[in-house]
Design a protein around this ligand. Structure first.
Ligand code: ZN
Length: 376
């Protein structure tokens, strides 16, 4: 992770950069802010910058052996702790019991999502914790000399989840740190951190990324234009994950729109060969997705019926959907609208109930050829 990859909070990055460049790295740093602000990624980018052997343009190089280790989450002088569940039957509980899951979590997204972490470590045994056992490991590691670089760095995600005994055991080494060691605590809820720990850290509060920051990120990641990126970033109000979810469901929407227009064109021209191919393509989707498509198609029928009323305030369609409606809407009228919706709902129910999707969809397609010809 490089500073370059961090979304928003550029002023904080500048502060961190100056700490390293002026050799004034604190021994305990607290990065705090609301959930869904990328704080853990920033902690990693900071650690990578400190360890980089060839810093360039105010960032880590991304290519030296140290950066490569950081980028695969196994830098020899960087450690992580994070909340976990006690594994059944074991007498000790260490974060390293979940090392594989942790790497998966870090790899998945540049924004840490606590709910996602819980779903990866799957366990319903109450609240996840950073257990007291972990403090022994942390103290041992931080007391040893570093392997390949000057600084030993320990990144703790969600210090508010430490068992009190764990926090108390760490107090001493946070107050009287070993030389060239750095604790980076990353908190979603600083008020829940033990006050004696909180007061011994240098604190930096992070803000939600701006709409522009998020839009730029979406543009690069999904290769879309700025205007489209803004349309997903603006309603997300600084929550990158929400913006991405909106975009991903938007892309499913576009796919569904394509299948919907195909179905209506093929039905109108009674192209049986084409309709058979269409029903195979839609039945190749996962069952749940086919069902979502049929719900989408019902909505489109309703939207097109309403479109004929020429009252734009009643319509909820994207630009592409509306383009299609200018020609298609006249085919949906008070004689056939309910028939379309009934058939689509019936097909959805059948596929949901495990009927053979290919047969259901072809049958549906044939019915569309009749319905589309019914005139008011
Ligand atoms: Zn480097």
């Amino acid at each position: 992770m490089r500073f370059h990859d961090i979304i928003g909070n550029q002023d904080v990055i500048e502060r961190l950069r100056r700490m390293v460049d002026s050799d004034k790295i604190p021994h305990a740093l607290l990065l705090m802010g609301e959930p869904y602000i990328p704080k853990l990624a920033l902690a990693q980018a900071f650690a990578q910058y400190i360890h980089c052997e060839n810093r360039i343009d105010g960032d880590s190089c991304g290519r030296c052996p140290s950066c490569l280790q950081h980028q695969s989450f196994n830098h020899v002088d960087t450690y992580f702790s994070y909340p976990i569940f006690k594994k059944g039957g074991s007498s000790t509980t260490y974060c390293s019991d979940y090392a594989k899951e942790w790497t998966q979590f870090l790899t998945e997204s540049p924004v840490e999502n606590y709910e996602r972490w819980l779903s990866i470590i799957k366990n319903d045994n109450g609240q996840p914790r950073i257990y007291t056992d972990e403090s022994d490991v942390i103290i041992r590691r931080m007391s040893m000399s570093s392997y390949s670089s000057r600084y030993k760095i320990h990144i703790m995600w969600l210090p508010e989840k430490m068992q009190p005994q764990c926090a108390n055991a760490l107090l001493k080494i946070i107050e009287e740190p070993y030389p060239d060691s750095l604790f980076i605590l990353v908190s979603n809820s600083y008020l829940d951190i033990l006050p004696t720990i909180y007061s011994r850290t240098q604190r930096i509060e992070l803000r939600r990324p701006s709409t522009d920051d998020i839009a730029r990120y979406l543009e690069q990641k999904y290769d879309i234009d700025h205007q489209e990126a803004l349309s997903y970033a603006a309603p997300a109000d600084g929550n990158i994950l929400l913006a991405e979810q909106g975009l991903e469901s938007g892309s499913e929407n576009r796919e569904f729109h394509e299948y919907f227009t195909q179905l209506m064109r093929l039905a109108y021209s009674v192209d049986l060969k084409g309709l058979r191919k269409w029903s195979v393509a839609v039945s190749d989707m996962k069952r749940e997705k086919s069902c979502r498509f049929l719900v989408y198609a019902s909505r489109m029928i309703r939207e097109n019926f309403i479109y004929n009323l020429h009252n734009p305030q009643l319509n909820y369609m994207t630009h592409d959907e509306e383009q299609f409606s200018t020609r298609f809407a006249p085919f949906i009228n008070e004689i056939n609208v309910q028939g379309f919706i009934n058939e689509l709902q019936l097909a959805e129910r059948d596929i949901h109930g495990n009927a053979n999707a290919k047969i259901v969809l072809f049958d549906l397609a044939l019915k569309m050829t009749i319905l589309i010809k019914k005139k008011a």
